[in-house]
Design a protein around this ligand. Structure first.
Ligand code: NAD
Length: 530
């Protein structure tokens, strides 16, 4: 859970986690302000839902144009508030947002347009049916600080594409990054109130979840808070998408390209200072590859350049808060006391900045009693263990309360496919890690303690819609199952069942012959007019 940067009950202030210099304050939205934002969003949505799918795409294209013009400003805000390197602010924040807008603008109409439902059963042949995807209303989006722009932005854009309005509550640690979402839609000419941002900590988030005007909540954050949110929303039967923590395993199998696996592990474990829900936290390496892999990863980790995100030479920035760094230190100390060996890092770096830095740390072993065996670290720490074979790796990978992502590293595609099929995760990547958050046709989400529901892709759009079955029937024939009931029609239906659902053409013909009387009774009823 995040530490609160409240400076007063009505103001919060974010700081640069590398320099500890204040960035600025924002006013906290009180209960009345949340109600007002939700009310405005409801009004805007009533008009928005009547607009065509083409109109929705036009708005998303306009937002993309505004975002392209504002890349430097948005990236600078994100770097200042989160401490991440500028390359990551551009790639994992702005790039992801633009890919999402572009995919939605091109595909939301196709995904959410009417969808024919083929009706082939003899007793409904006279009907025509389709699915309609209708907007939910106002979607409440509660987000974390680790991707303070791309996570709430892509969720908001998807909700807008599906005809909803949104009210976003960014993390209290990164309020200015979140504020960009309302600003970009405003500059692109979105209807007033359609995209609102409210600011604050748990109190504001709780007010949003409890608001009767919210039709769905998308929560991204810790499992602990996710449970609270789901319980609160359940009281009024409000559906929730939960994007929670992860503890992603990386399986390096016999036919792996060792250099690629080391570089992939390095980025997967230490980009964003390890504060990635789908970051690599556990590495399992097969047989003889273990020694060179562990040595290579430790060496490369020690070469990463720590610094402020604003410096283009920085590979790894600081952690987001003192509290987050303290948790990382606690988990390392605990693991070492249980028998893990520090291969690289393990301490605060000697750096000329006051912020919350920690060395990229590689630990050998995951002792059974160590807390990090099950707990999400969410910092620049990764464990490396030797496994006997792929089956051993799969067993250890699945032995986790989480199931967000997993990766398999081998040149043998068949082994990778077979391994992927057995991993309990929402996404499995081969010779790569986590990239699919940025390819917006890929669904995003987890299983087990990593949550439920999906964002991005057609599945994300479906989760943001009511699916309605609508049929068309001229009403010339009366369904044979309508009143009145009697023995003949009951026997007739038994004959229909045996004929329709027996296996094989011969069996069906035999049943039809044996039950011909009943079939005629049902057919006569079907043909009567009402
Ligand atoms: P957090 O759970 O502390 O906070 C998340 C958000 O919830 C914040 O905006 C916070 O203000 C709000 N909040 C806190 N209490 C609330 C309450 N009672 N009611 C409503 N809202 C409340 O998480 P965090 O520290 O900001 O983020 C880190 C966590 O997020 C990690 O566990 C990480 O794995 C997870 N995460 C998951 C994904 C994913 O896609 N699965 C992506 C990014 C981060």
């Amino acid at each position: 859970m995040t530490a609160s940067p409240l400076v007063s009950p009505s103001v919060l202030e974010s700081v640069n986690p590398a320099t500890l210099l204040p960035i600025g304050t924002v006013a906290i939205t009180d209960h009345a302000g949340v109600a007002e934002a939700v009310g405005e969003a409801q009004s805007a949505q009533r008009a928005w839902k009547a607009r065509s799918l083409a109109d929705r795409s036009s708005l998303l294209r306009a937002v993309a144009a505004v975002l392209l013009d504002s890349v430097d400003e948005v990236a600078a805000t994100v770097v200042a508030e989160s401490g991440k390197p500028v390359v990551e602010a551009v790639t994992t924040e702005v790039f992801v947002a633009l890919d999402n807008l572009s995919w939605l603008a091109r595909n939301a109409g196709r995904v959410l347009g009417p969808e024919r439902v083929p009706l082939r059963q003899a007793y409904v042949l006279q009907k025509r049916a389709s699915l309609r995807y209708e907007p939910l209303g106002v979607v409440g989006i509660i987000s974390p600080w680790n991707f303070p722009f791309s996570i709430p932005f892509t969720q908001a854009a998807s909700a807008i594409a599906a005809g909803n309005a949104v009210v976003v509550k960014p993390s209290e640690l990164t309020p200015h990054s979140g504020a960009w979402i309302e600003e970009l839609f405003r500059r692109a000419g979105a209807p007033a109130g359609l995209v609102r941002v409210v600011q604050g900590d748990a109190v504001t988030g709780d007010a949003l979840v409890g608001s009767p005007g919210i039709s769905r909540v998308i929560f991204t954050g810790s499992g602990e808070v996710g449970r609270l949110v789901a319980e609160r929303a359940a009281r009024r039967l409000c559906p929730v998408t939960l994007e929670l923590g992860g503890k992603d395993p990386m399986l390096v199998l016999a036919a792996a390209d060792l250099d690629r696996a080391i570089e992939g592990a390095l980025w997967g474990s230490f980009s964003n200072c390890g504060q990635i829900c789908s970051g690599v936290e556990r590495i399992y390496v097969e047989g003889d590859l273990y020694e060179p892999f562990a040595a290579g990863l430790a060496q490369r980790a020690s070469e990463l350049r720590l610094g402020a995100g604003e410096n283009p030479q920085t590979d790894v920035g600081p952690l987001i808060s003192e509290r987050q760094r303290a948790k990382v230190e606690e988990l390392i100390t605990d693991a070492v006391s249980c028998g893990a060996e520090v291969l690289s890092g393990g301490a605060r770096p000697d750096i000329d900045l006051p912020g919350w830095f920690h060395e990229p740390t590689v630990l050998a072993g995951e002792p059974p009693n160590a807390r990090l065996r099950k707990e999400e670290i969410f910092g620049p720490v990764v464990t490396v263990c030797k496994i006997e074979n792929a089956a051993d790796g799969i067993r250890r990978a699945n032995d986790s309360p989480y199931g967000l992502g997993a990766s398999v590293w081998t040149k043998d595609r068949a082994v990778a496919r077979e391994t992927a099929a057995q991993l309990e995760a929402g996404s499995v990547w081969m010779n790569d890690v986590a990239y699919s958050y940025g390819t917006c046709q890929a669904p995003w989400g987890g299983r087990k303690g990593s949550g439920y529901g999906r964002t991005h892709s057609k599945h994300g759009l479906y989760d943001l819609s009511h699916v309605k079955y609508v049929d068309s029937d001229a009403g010339r024939l009366a369904p044979p199952w309508w009143f009145p009931y009697d023995e003949r029609i009951a026997g007739g239906f038994q004959g229909v069942l045996k004929t329709l659902y027996s296996e094989g053409a011969g069996a069906k013909v035999g049943q039809a012959w044996r039950n011909r009387g009943g079939l005629v009774t049902v057919a006569r009823r079907s043909l009567r007019r009402r």
